[in-house]
Design a protein around this ligand. Structure first.
Ligand code: MRU
Length: 351
C-alpha cells in the first residue's frame, strides 16, 4: 500500500515504453524522456537524467529489457549473441553505485533460465518490474526501522538526494525522514545544497516541498557551524556502495559530515537496501570512485564561474569509514555500531 508523503516516481514502464523523469531539469521543469534503446539508457545514467544508486539499478534493469527486446526482434532465436554490447555499455555507465551491476547480474541470471525457442522478453520485463517494486517496499521497511531508532524531537541534516528521485520511490535516508515526519518525530530538517550538482537544493528541497514537508537549505560549508550551534542531533544519508566491513561510499562531502558529527556528538545514520552492499569488497579502499568533468565545478547553470584554464578535482563520492557510523539501516533491520561487525549477522548467507 502506498505511504503518505509519497508522490513522485522517477522511472515508469508503461505501454511497453521506458519513461525517465529528466532530473537535470528539476526543479524548473518537469519533463519525461521516452527511451527506446539500451544505449540511450546508458547515456541517461551517465549524463544524470536518472541518478541515485537504487534508481540507476532499476533503470539499468529496464535498459536490459530494451537490449533483449531489440535483439529478439531483430535476431530471433540468436538474440543471446547480440546483447553483450548493450550490457557492457549499461555496466560501464557509472562506476561507484554497485546497484547498477547488481541489477544487471540479476537480469543475466534470469536470462540463463530461458529455454531455447522462447520469447525472453516477458521473463526479463517481469524481473525488472519486480526489482522496481521491491525497491519501493524495501524503502517503506527501512523507513520504519530507521524511524524506530531516531527517537522524538529529531533535528536532522541530510546530504545529496536520497528520496523518491534516487530510488524506485519513497527513498532511503529520505524515506526514514518521511516516515519519522509522518509519525511526528521530526522537529527540523536541514538539507545541504550538495555542490556541484546541487542534488540537495534542486531535488531534495523540491521533493520535500511536493510532499508538504518543511526543509531548510544550507551551503555545504555551513554544516560545521550547524553542528557547533547544536541545531541537529542526527545526520542521515544514503549510500552508493557499502563494503563487507561496513565502510560507506556516498556523495562527496559525506565523509566530512561524519568527521564533524563525531567531533560534535551528533549521531550518524546510513540507510541503504541490500542491493547496495558489495560483499566481494572487504573495505572502502577497494571502491572505485567516479571522477567527473572539471566543468561541473568551473561552471554553474551553464555560466563559467572560474578563470579560464583552471583545472578542478571533481571526485563525486567519498568513503566514510565504518567507525564513524552509528547505524546502518537495511530492509532486514538496523545495525547499531556496525564497526562491531553486525552487518553480516543480518545477511548470514552472504560469503
Ligand atoms: O551522483 P548521484 O546523484 O547519483 O549521487 C547520489 C548519492 O550519492 C546518493 O546519496 C546515493 O545514491 C544514495 S540514493 C538512495
Amino acid at each position: 500500500m502506498k505511504q503518505t508523503h509519497d508522490n513522485l516516481r522517477p522511472i515508469r514502464w508503461e505501454n511497453d515504453q521506458l519513461y525517465l523523469l529528466d532530473q537535470r531539469k528539476l526543479p524548473f521543469s518537469r519533463e519525461e524522456l521516452v527511451l527506446h534503446h539500451a544505449h540511450e539508457v546508458a547515456a541517461a545514467i551517465r549524463d544524470m537524467v536518472v541518478r541515485g544508486a537504487p534508481a540507476i539499478g532499476i533503470a539499468a534493469a529496464y535498459g536490459a529489457v530494451l537490449a533483449v527486446r531489440q535483439a529478439y526482434t531483430t535476431q530471433g532465436q540468436h538474440w543471446r549473441e547480440h546483447i553483450e554490447t548493450d550490457f557492457a555499455q549499461l555496466s560501464a555507465s557509472r562506476p561507484t553505485a554497485v546497484n547498477l551491476n547488481w541489477a544487471l547480474a540479476r537480469m543475466r541470471e534470469a536470462l540463463a533460465t530461458i529455454p531455447p525457442n522462447t520469447d525472453p522478453v516477458p521473463t526479463v520485463l517481469q524481473l525488472a518490474d519486480q526489482i522496481h517494486h521491491r525497491d519501493i517496499t524495501d524503502n517503506y521497511a527501512m523507513g520504519e526501522f530507521g524511524a524506530d531508532i531516531l527517537g522524538e524531537g529529531a533535528c536532522i541534516l541530510t546530504h545529496c538526494n536520497t528520496g523518491s528521485l534516487a530510488t524506485g520511490g519513497y527513498g532511503t535516508a529520505l524515506g526514514v525522514i518521511r516516515t519519522a515526519y509522518r509519525r511526528g518525530q521530526v522537529s527540523v530538517i536541514f538539507a545541504d545544497e550538495t555542490r556541484p550538482w546541487l542534488q540537495g537544493s534542486r531535488l531534495t528541497a523540491w521533493e520535500l516541498q511536493q510532499d508538504g514537508i518543511p526543509v531548510t537549505l544550507l551551503p555545504d560549508s555551513a554544516a560545521g557551524s550547524l553542528m557547533q550551534q547544536k541545531k541537529i542531533n542526527w545526520v542521515i544519508v544514503g549510500a552508493d556502495r557499502i563494503t563487507a566491513n561496513g565502510d560507506v561510499a556516498n556523495k562527496i562531502g559525506t565523509y566530512s559530515l561524519a568527521v564533524l558529527a563525531k567531533y560534535h556528538g551528533v549521531r550518524f545514520m546510513v540507510v541503504a537496501p541490500s542491493s547496495t552492499i558489495d560483499w566481494q569488497r572487504d573495505s572502502g579502499a577497494d571502491i572505485p570512485i567516479e571522477q567527473r568533468a572539471a566543468e561541473e565545478v568551473t561552471t554553474l547553470a551553464g555560466q563559467t564561474i572560474a578563470p579560464a584554464g583552471i583545472g578542478a578535482w571533481n571526485p563525486v563520492f567519498d568513503v566514510t569509514p565504518v567507525n564513524l557510523i552509528d547505524a546502518i539501516v537495511t530492509e532486514r533491520g538496523a545495525v547499531l555500531e556496525p564497526c562491531r561487525g553486525g552487518l553480516r549477522q543480518l545477511f548470514p548467507h552472504q560469503n
